[in-house]
Design a protein around this ligand. Structure first.
Ligand SMILES: C[S@@+](CC[C@H](N)C(=O)[O-])C[C@H]1O[C@@H](n2cnc3c(N)ncnc32)[C@H](O)[C@@H]1O
Length: 178
């Protein structure tokens, strides 16, 4: 993350930052995201027949997945970047927040895989157990890309860490439903 983005997060808060800049969001680390997503899918044999790209930004993960021959349907969710996601992927993202999902907004859905890139460390720690639990009801596997040590997902919240990759100081972590 650049110092200027971190400064804006600290000054105005994450939500205010993305409310203001979401329409033009681009991840400057997109090549790292693409490498980690594609390497994870191939190396770990992930089922990408029906993927949720959670906090999908401008479609960094969606576009990386689409380039793979085994890719089926990829759906995006992000409360702030609908315009950027539409522009780059041609698809409409749903607008649920992490907090909505932690309160059950995705109940009843099934995906083969959920991917959350550069975003799960942004949620307040107090929401993480409920968010984790609800996501574990929606998919057998969760792939988290993070430039930080966080999020620290616990087995008791529904996910067990099974694989980890490091590339350019960004981690790809694969969790299986506990
Ligand atoms: C650093 S961007 C990552 C976007 C994309 N996944 C990527 O890899 O480039 C963080 C994303 O989290 C989203 N976000 C911020 N607050 C959120 C919240 N409370 N619930 C869900 N998404 C949120 C933002 O709109 C933004 O698209």
């Amino acid at each position: 993350m650049s110092n200027s983005i971190r400064g804006e997060y600290q000054a105005h808060g994450v939500d205010a930052f993305y409310e203001q800049h979401g329409a033009t969001y681009r991840n400057p680390h997109e090549p790292i995201v693409r490498h980690l997503v594609q390497t994870s899918v191939v190396a770990w044999g992930l089922d990408i027949s029906h993927v949720l790209d959670l906090a999908c930004g401008s479609g960094e993960v969606t576009l990386a997945l689409r380039a793979l021959p085994t890719c089926g349907q990829v759906s995006g969710i992000d409360p702030y970047t609908a315009a950027a996601y539409q522009e780059r992927t041609g698809q409409t993202a749903e607008t649920f927040t992490f907090e909505d999902i932690a309160q059950g907004s995705l109940t009843g859905r099934q995906y083969s895989l959920i991917v959350c890139s550069f975003a799960m460390h942004l949620i307040a720690e107090s929401w993480l157990p409920a968010l984790s639990y609800h996501l574990s009801q929606n998919s057998p596997q969760l792939l988290v890309l993070t430039p930080h040590k966080r999020p620290d997902l616990k087995s008791a919240w529904g996910w067990t860490l099974t694989h980890e990759l490091l590339h350019e100081r960004v981690r790809a972590r694969l969790y299986n439903r506990t």
